[in-house]
Every structure is written in structure tokens, then in C-alpha cells.
Design a binder for this molecule. Sequence first.
Ligand code: ZN
Length: 390
Amino acid sequence: MISVFFRRITRYFTSASLCCLLPIITASSLHIPAITVRGTVARIPTRSIRHRDTLYLPIAAISRAYGLILTEQDGTSFVFSSQDCRLELTPGSREVTINGETVEMSGPADWVDGKMVVPIYLAILTLPARFPPGELPPVIPAPSLVRITLDPGHGGIDPGAVGENGLLEKDVVLEISRKVRSLLEIKGYDVFLTRSGDQFISLKKRARLANRRQSDLFVSIHANAAYNQLAQGTETFYYAPASDLWARKLAALENAVLKLESAEESNGQLNTNTGNGGGGGRKQNRLAASIRAARCVQERISTVTEFSDRGTKTAEFYVLKYTRMPSILVETGFLSNRHERDLLADSNYRVKMAQAIARGIDDYIQSQVSRKRATPLKAKEDILLSDRAP
Ligand SMILES: [Zn+2]
């Protein structure tokens, strides 16, 4: 999420010209600006929308922040009012009338996915200049704004590791992933599975799904296999050059499915500059956040399982390389080890594993939130205005 929420760094306006408006808005983003509209009556977390080459916000978030309610709807125009503010908007028009004064916005009010949206400047400049926000309690980010993509490994024609008794990695990890999803949803997170059934999804598509969804965290869930049947334990990976020979071999094994993918897909035009393989400060943020996420999850799964703790490691997994958010890959045990295979076949055990993964993910997100609170907030420029990479 972020780089996390969470990979998001909260920034405030600090430029002199805007200091009179400060603090108006909290922009927190790693990738897409998730922001908080600070109005006169509330702070409302929301997500901005890229639309017409600029950033838009739902009018619903602005209304709640300023205590406005829809009071009139006359043909195509809409009037939102509170005791001391009357806002009139017409979708398709750049003009907004605020208490009788007509102001031109940077773009027209519009409809996106059935929601009325307006250019972000209305919330961050125009309204605060007329209705200064009061002292409001600190923002607690809404879990529903945290998007987590869970990626059950393999599927369809790709069974993944196969246990001696015919137990398939693709089935084990799908059930664990589904349980992780429901546990995280109970906590309020917005969770998405790259596959919810036994279907084949290319590695490229998994990364693309997570990127398109602008996820804050990507967690790929697998089970291990080794020629040495004594090998056992859990381990969690993040993307970087392989930390040891085992990690390199495992990445080769997990990436082997690339051979099953069509030539077109595996030769696809993934832009490595935007993946974890890319450069820049964001890469460092993502890496640091991925390491934290891997540690949080590994700590949980290593304490609630009997498996030995193989720790956090680095390897060049395809799905981790091409996702743009903090990304980890969890190996939940060895199907090649008789003891662990029996455990992974047991649905009670899968529940425990899912609980551990979900707790680890929650630990990570909470840690990012407290980091954000603890960070002194200084930014020369507003991320909302600068963070416009397509
Ligand atoms: Zn696997």
C-alpha cells in the first residue's frame, strides 16, 4: 500500500504562498494519491481520480468534509448547501458558484463511474480560502482505503509443487489465500485475489492486475518443494538479487511457469522502470517497505507454525519484480517434506497459516501508519501536484 500506506508519506503544503491555507489537506501517497480532505466539519479520507489529465475528487468527500448536503437539483445543475456555504455545480461546466461568486475550475465537473467529481483544486485551494478548516482531530486512515492484492500461486494447467500423495500446491495456496482474504476483509481492508478459482493466470497478468488496481501491498502465496525431503520451514521473500543459491533455485522453479505462457505474453512489454526492477527513490521506498512487510509476515508465520523459521530472503521472482508496490512472496511450507505436507493438507492448519499471514499483513500496515504519524512532515512541493506519472 504504499510506499505503503502506508508506503504513503503524508505531506503538507509548506510553501509560503500557501501557508495561509495550511493545513488544508493531507496528501498521502505512494503511488496514487490517497488524500484527506480537511473541511470545516470533518477530515474525509478519499482517493483522487486521474481524469482529463488532472486529479479529481468525488464531490461526496468534499460535501462530507464541509457538511454540505444536496439541497437542489435543477435540470443539470446541483446545489450543495450548509448553514454558511452554498455551492452550485453543473457537470460539463468549469464554473462553480460559491455563495453567489462564480469561480472557474481547472476542468469541468464531471461524472466518473456514476460519481460526480470535481477538479482537486476546489478542495485544496478554492474552498479552504473561503472556509478555513478548524482544528480537527488527527486523521486515522480508513482501512477500506488500503488495497491488498493476494496472489495464490499457480493454477489451472500449472499445479505448482506436487506432494507425494498428489497434494497440489495450487489447491493448498488457493484455500489459504481465500481465508487470508476473509480475515483481512473483516478488518476492513480492500482485498483482491489474482485468481479465485483453479484457473491459469500468467505471471505477467498477476503483476498487471496488482498494478492496475493500484494496490498498496502485493502478497504472493506459495508452498515449497525441494529434492532434499528433509528441507522444511517457512520463508518470505522480497525482490532483490537472490540472497543465496537456494533462493536462486527457488525463483527459477517458481518462474518456470513462464515457459507455459504464450510467447507474446512472456515477451510482453513490461516497463521495468515502473516495476520493482526500476530505478529512482520510489524503488528504494518500495524495497524498504517490502522488507518490512516480509519481516512482519515471517515473524507471524514462524511463531504460530511448527515449521522451522527460514527467515526473510531475497530472490528474483517475476511477480515481485514487475509489481509497482511493496511486494512479498510467502512460502508456507514444503510439500516435499512428509510432515509439512500432512500439515498443509489439514484444513485446520491452513486456517492457522492464513491467520498468521493476515496478522503479519495487518502488523505491517499498522507499522506504516505509525511511521507516518511519527515522521516530521516537510515537503517543498505537494505530492498531489507533482505525482502525476501515468
Ligand atoms: Zn509456487
